[in-house]
Design a protein around this ligand. Structure first.
Ligand SMILES: [Zn+2]
Length: 246
C-alpha cells in the first residue's frame, strides 16, 4: 500500500488539483490517490476548502489529518451526508487565502529561529498569530530588535527551497535540528530540508510544512509579545502588520 501522494510537499502553490477518490472512511473522511491539502503536523494546522463534484456541487472540507498509519491523508467533510462514491475524479479546491497566510506565518517561524538561534521547545502556526517557544536561560530579547532583524530577512528577499537529504547526511550534521523535543520523522530514508538563501546561506532545517518561495512574500510582521513560560522558556508571538507604537 503506497498511500495518498502528498503533492503539497513538492508544490505548496497547488491551490486546485484533480484527484481520484479512493475511499470514504466510516466517519465520512475522504481519502484520495493524491492531494494538495496539507494534513495537520509539525505545528501547522490541516487545510480547509472544498471538493467539487462532477455536478458542480461543492463539499466543504473543515480539516485535514493523517490516517493513524500515516500513509493516507484524510480530508474531513463538514457533513457525512451525500458523499461521492470511490472511483470518481473530483476537483480539490484549497481555501487559498487561509493557506497562504499559514505559509507566510510558517516561513516567519523559520526566520525567527534564525534571529533567535536557541533550541525550540514548541511551535504553533496560526492564520493571525503564530508562536515559537525557545529555551533561553537569560531573557535578553527585545520585541523591537527582534522585529527589525526579522524584517531585514524578509526584505532581503531570500529564496526558499526544498532539498531532500538522506538520514545519514542528517546524522552527519546534527546542528540542522533546532527542535529540542521533536526529532524529524525517521524510517523513510530521506529527510525534507527547507532551505533559506542561496546554498542555504541563511538557514536549513528539517520540516514537512508549507512555506512561501521568497522571504518577501512573508510581508510585514512583528513580534507581538515575548512571554516567560517557566524558568528557561520564552514564548514569542508573531503577528502580521507593523509593530504598534509602544
Ligand atoms: Zn517549516
Amino acid at each position: 500500500m503506497s498511500g495518498t501522494e502528498p503533492l503539497f510537499r513538492e508544490d505548496s502553490y497547488l491551490s486546485t488539483l484533480e484527484a481520484r477518490l479512493v475511499r470514504v472512511e466510516p466517519d465520512g473522511g475522504l481519502v484520495f490517490d493524491r492531494t494538495n491539502f496539507y494534513a495537520t503536523a509539525g505545528g501547522q494546522p490541516g487545510d480547509t476548502g472544498t471538493v467539487e463534484l462532477p455536478d458542480g456541487r461543492h463539499i466543504a472540507i473543515v480539516d485535514t489529518v493523517w490516517s493513524p498509519d500515516k500513509l493516507d491523508v484524510v480530508m474531513k467533510p463538514e457533513s457525512s451526508a451525500d458523499l461521492p462514491e470511490p472511483g470518481e475524479t473530483l476537483v480539490l479546491h484549497l481555501d487559498w487565502a487561509r493557506r497562504y497566510k499559514l505559509m507566510r506565518m510558517h516561513t516567519a517561524c523559520h526566520l525567527l529561529s534564525v534571529v533567535c538561534p536557541y533550541p525550540i521547545t514548541g511551535a504553533a502556526v496560526g492564520e493571525e498569530e503564530s508562536r515559537v517557544d525557545f529555551d533561553i536561560p537569560e531573557a535578553a530579547a527585545d520585541k523591537a530588535a527582534v522585529t527589525a532583524a526579522l524584517m531585514e530577512l524578509v526584505n532581503a528577499n531570500h529564496p526558499i527551497a526544498i532539498r531532500w537529504i538522506t538520514e545519514d547526511e542528517l546524522d552527519a550534521d546534527p546542528g540542522l535540528v533546532k527542535s529540542k523535543n521533536v526529532k524529524p520523522p525517521r524510517g523513510s530514508g530521506r529527510i525534507r530540508l527547507v532551505t533559506i538563501g542561496e546554498n542555504s546561506s541563511v538557514d536549513a532545517q528539517p520540516c514537512g510544512g508549507t512555506h512561501v518561495s521568497e522571504t518577501q512574500e512573508v510581508g510585514e510582521i512583528h513580534i507581538g509579545k515575548i512571554e516567560k513560560k517557566g524558568r528557561e522558556n520564552r514564548r514569542f508571538r508573531i503577528r502580521f502588520g507593523s509593530l504598534p507604537p509602544a
